[in-house]
Design a protein around this ligand. Structure first.
Ligand SMILES: Nc1ncnc2c1ncn2[C@@H]1O[C@H](COP(=O)(O)OP(=O)(O)OP(=O)(O)O)[C@@H](O)[C@H]1O
Length: 509
């Protein structure tokens, strides 16, 4: 009765087997008793002592014979040692005297779903084995062992099934939640092309993590939009979103802008400044045009990303900032790595979750939807009645090139909306600049030279600033907002152009 109680009280199958083996050893003075459990695949028998599993179809050990026959197997140990050359089995019985008998009994689940549970193996003298079999308590013991073992296995199966069920339910919920987020995102990141649908799904995935995201894509393709969406959907949405355009800040100021500085750290630093790394603590730092970051600063940024620590200029104390970094570029960073202009280690650290935006010309099917949304935006902004777009105008939009991508399309639509008379729909002709404006644009620099305009100038600096602003605006518009091309055409580094745009309060984009 005490054996039965101890077995019933076993919380787990392996304890049940250990208590059963112990009881058998003690009650009958057996020198060696062991249980081996059949695994879920039904192919391996595993001892509880953490020894190696033995294959059920390897007939070099007697456990396989017992399972396959479905009946107990008995053999002399001396014989077993010389005939059966399975190393693990030999390991089990190597220290036992050769005159003993080995009995292996397959154990079957009485009421469980699993047919075979495993085997019970023990060694004893022939006399002891005889006594054991004559003892009616042994048969009860074996029945109880099988019954309890099967119950444990059943519970384990149920637990696993429940875990699998709850796992797949939570995956299903996750899937539904992600699907609904990515549908919501479609209100901001418009488009139904396969690449945009997949982009929205990736944004939702990336937002769930704190991985650094590198957004790559041509100018005007929506990188800024993606960075904002990542922040909004992330757990950091309640924290700050801090953006820095690395191309728009002179190299010398970039470091203090990012890292901050102590008062008096350099000439002109009359006040201490936190720096954007500190400002972004608890939120997202968006580094646009990361390809323009100087090499020395790249190394420092890498250190911040690796350690979360940084030191402001002129300070000895390290600061910490817990931020998620989103970086963006339209430049081919891999080429820059080959040319030694961008650090490979930083590139890999930034692109823990890479996102690539396709050019608008690769998803022309989105053009009509974008155009209609931009027309509606214009009407809302300008308080105008809704207007449509004629099929011919839409055809023109679908067919033209877009080096400036979605931004270019948006500007084009804004212009056409402004050119469309009240109550009319936008027609193809409304996308063409009127000759008067084109001519005026072409002749403006020349007019600056005329005596008439020269006499009206009373502030040379202002006049030069106006001329510069006009010229930059003209180039940006000529190259559809592409800063690299505009800068190139004016013989300026792109960073300088971006800086000038900021100073002159021009839309740098
Ligand atoms: N899929 C889109 N749906 C709606 N608007 C879009 C989409 N993609 C871009 N836009 C709009 O196009 C304009 C340019 O987008 P954005 O500034 O995000 O481009 P960018 O890739 O960051 O450009 P740059 O490389 O010049 O910084 C913005 O007005 C933006 O709202």
């Amino acid at each position: 009765m005490s054996i039965a109680l101890a077995m019933v009280a076993s919380p787990q199958a392996h304890e049940l087997r250990a208590r059963g083996c112990g009881a058998l050893r003690d009650a009958h003075g057996l020198p060696w008793v062991q249980c081996l459990a059949l695994d879920d695949s039904g192919r391996w028998l595993t001892p509880d002592e953490g020894e190696a599993a033995l294959a059920c179809d390897d007939f070099r050990h007697p456990y396989a014979h017992a399972i396959h026959r479905g009946k107990p197997v008995r053999l002399g140990l001396g014989d077993a040692r010389s005939r059966l050359d399975h190393p693990d089995f030999q390991g089990h019985v190597s220290t036992l005297p050769g005159h003993l008998q080995l009995e292996v009994r397959p154990l079957r689940a009485v009421d469980g779903a699993r047919e075979w549970l495993g085997v019970l193996a023990f060694a004893a003298s022939e006399t002891t084995l005889g006594e054991l079999h004559d003892d009616p308590g042994f048969a009860h013991f074996e029945t109880l062992l099988c019954h309890l073992w099967a119950r444990h296995s059943r519970h384990l199966d149920e637990r696993r099934q429940r875990a699998r069920l709850s796992d797949s339910l939570s995956k299903l919920n996750d899937g539904a939640r992600r699907e609904s987020l990515s549908r919501k995102l479609a209100d901001d990141i418009l488009g139904e092309s396969a690449t945009i649908v997949s982009l929205r799904q990736q944004i939702v995935r990336a937002a769930e993590t704190s991985l650094a995201v590198l957004v790559q894509g041509e100018t005007g393709s929506g990188k800024d939009l993606v960075a904002h969406a990542l922040h909004r959907l992330s757990a950091r949405a309640g924290g700050p979103f801090v953006a820095l355009n690395c191309a728009a800040i002179p190299e010398t100021l970039l470091e203090s802008e990012l890292f901050g500085h102590a008062r008096g750290a350099f000439s002109g630093a009359d006040k201490a400044r936190t720096g954007l790394l500190g400002e972004a603590d608890g939120g997202t730092l968006f580094l646009d045009e990361i390809g323009d970051m100087p090499l020395a600063l790249q190394a420092k940024l890498l250190r911040v990303l690796e350690s979360g620590r940084y030191r402001a200029l002129g300070e000895s104390e390290e600061r910490r900032s817990d931020l998620r970094l989103v970086a963006a570029t339209h430049q081919p960073l891999r080429e820059h790595i080959r040319d030694g202009r961008f650090r490979a280690d930083l590139f890999y650290r930034l692109s823990q979750f890479p996102l690539t935006l396709s050019a608008l010309s690769e998803r022309r099917e989105d053009i009509a939807m974008l155009a209609e949304a931009f027309v509606a935006d214009f009407c809302r902004r300008e308080g105008r009645d809704d207007m449509g777009i004629t099929p011919a105008a839409l055809r023109l939009l679908r067919e033209r090139d877009y080096p400036g991508n979605v931004r270019e399309l948006k500007n084009l639509i804004d212009y056409a909306c402004a050119m469309t008379p009240l109550g009319d729909d936008i027609e193809a002709l409304h996308f063409m600049p009127p000759p008067a404006i084109a001519n005026q644009a072409a002749s403006a620099p020349a007019r600056m030279d005329t005596a008439e305009s020269a006499t009206s100038i009373s502030d040379l600096r202002q006049a030069l600033r106006d001329y510069e602003a006009w010229l930059i605006r003209e180039r940006l518009s000529r190259f559809d907002g592409n800063r690299s091309l505009a800068a190139q055409s004016l013989g300026l580094p792109k960073r300088t152009l971006a800086h000038k745009c900021q100073q002159l309060e021009l839309d740098a984009k």
